[in-house]
Design a protein around this ligand. Structure first.
Ligand SMILES: NC(=O)C1=CN([C@@H]2O[C@H](COP(=O)(O)OP(=O)(O)OC[C@H]3O[C@@H](n4cnc5c(N)ncnc54)[C@H](OP(=O)(O)O)[C@@H]3O)[C@@H](O)[C@H]2O)C=CC1
Ligand SMILES: O=C(CO)COP(=O)(O)O
Ligand SMILES: [Zn+2]
Length: 348
């Protein structure tokens, strides 16, 4: 008997472009949500755009998150419950967006994502990544009901946040390879459609790399569209598999070893050079990934991430234990193999 079912959750309204913040209230109105909004933000986005959002929603109460974590999620849940809010608006980078994503899941209400940085594909996805001590939990949650990504704001954000978003997209190449490998070796369910969308998103970004330069709003537009597309691929797959493979395991390990040292996207980009080498060896496409990262101004070495070679090697050799997700790291890469991969590719 045929028993497969698919339930794809996607944002209903996605606005990307110049000045779209002025359409935020229209985008929200179109969702027919009941109750008043509750604004979840962090210090810099609140200073930059908080008042513009509050002007549109005068009855919105605000919580400003300084440090991500389950305490912050609880704070939002308690404050939004006390305010009897109907839905959340997340304004900022991954910290407020992922906090609101998980809080809205707990509250059983929807949320609207208003990214102020094109720093990773979590701005659209149905996964919330919450740090706790030296651990990071990746929790399934509903994706935003709407995404309002104003390229005027994204283009003003520090350039490194945008290059981190680019590198998060480029890591889709190795993530898809890991997913296909897990499908072949472990019978993990693979979605051709989600895999192709994720890979095509990375290819399109790389093809556009000459147009992605600091100071150009078009750059923010190209990156934001790619982040949306990657988030959609994850929603179609019902997991982060299309955009998170061994390179993400290594990055999550780095988050534990050297928390806050480098941006998520930059870590996964450097790790993708190594995991591509592990996939296909000396003649593989690791040099193409390195070149694409260089073209997009993203780090390509441990040094550029601000970490030493030994820390990178520790992350590579222990990352397989981060979660139950089969990748090219298998049951663990030996120290010698990690040294070979990191030195041959010039990452270390
Ligand atoms: N769900 C997912 O798939 C993923 C989720 N994540 C989550 O995202 C977090 C990291 O994301 P990231 O966006 O880097 O984190 P943050 O939200 O911490 O933003 C990074 C920095 O940029 C600042 N910032 C944000 N917008 C602007 C702007 N427009 N101008 C100037 N500065 C700005 C923030 O300031 P300030 O702190 O003052 O507000 C912060 O210092 C992780 O902690 C993780 O929880 C990461 C990857 C994937
Ligand atoms: O960062 C992600 C995709 O780019 C999400 O991945 P995780 O499921 O590993 O947190
Ligand atoms: Zn990522």
């Amino acid at each position: 008997m045929f028993e497969k079912t698919t339930w794809i959750k996607l944002p209903r309204n996605v606005l990307v472009g110049h000045g779209v913040l002025s359409h935020l209230s229209a985008a929200v109105e179109d969702l027919s949500l009941s109750g008043s909004p509750f604004l979840v933000t962090s210090p810099t986005p609140n200073d930059l755009v908080g008042d513009r959002v509050r002007e549109e929603f005068p009855d919105a109460e605000t919580v400003v998150i300084e440090t991500a974590g389950f305490n912050a999620v609880e704070r939002v849940v308690d404050a939004a419950t006390a305010a009897d809010s109907g839905y959340l608006i997340a304004l900022g980078g991954g910290k407020p967006i992922d906090t609101a994503k998980m809080a809205s899941d707990r509250l059983g209400c929807g949320f609207v994502s208003v990214p102020t940085a094109a720093s990773h594909d979590g701005i659209v996805s149905g996964r919330s990544s919450i740090p706790e001590g030296d651990t990071r939990h990746s929790v399934a949650a509903d994706p935003p009901l709407a995404v309002v990504a104003d390229t005027e704001i994204l283009a003003e954000a520090p350039w490194e946040l945008t290059t981190a978003g680019c590198a998060d997209i480029i890591s889709n190449y190795t993530a898809v390879k890991d997913w296909q490998l897990a499908h072949r070796l472990k019978n993990v369910e693979y979605s051709e459609y989600a895999g192709a969308l994720s890979q095509m998103t990375a290819e399109m970004l790389v093809e556009s790399s000459s147009a992605i330069k600091p100071g150009f709003e078009e750059s923010a537009w190209l990156v934001a569209k790619a982040l949306v597309s990657s988030g959609v691929a994850m929603s179609i797959a019902g997991s982060s598999r299309p955009a998170s493979g061994a390179e993400h395991l290594i990055s999550h390990r780095l988050d534990r070893l050297v928390p806050g040292k480098a941006l998520h996207g930059h870590q996964v980009g450097v790790a993708a050079i190594v995991t591509e080498y592990l996939h296909s060896g000396e003649r593989g496409e690791w040099a193409d990934i390195r070149e694409a990262l260089e073209d997009l101004d993203a780090p390509t070495t441990a040094n550029e991430l601000g970490i030493d070679g030994d820390t990178l090697l520790e992350a590579v050799t222990t990352a397989h234990s981060i979660r139950d997700r089969h990748t090219i790291l298998g049951n663990g890469v030996s120290e010698d193999a990690a040294v070979e991969a990191a030195t041959f590719t010039g990452v270390m």
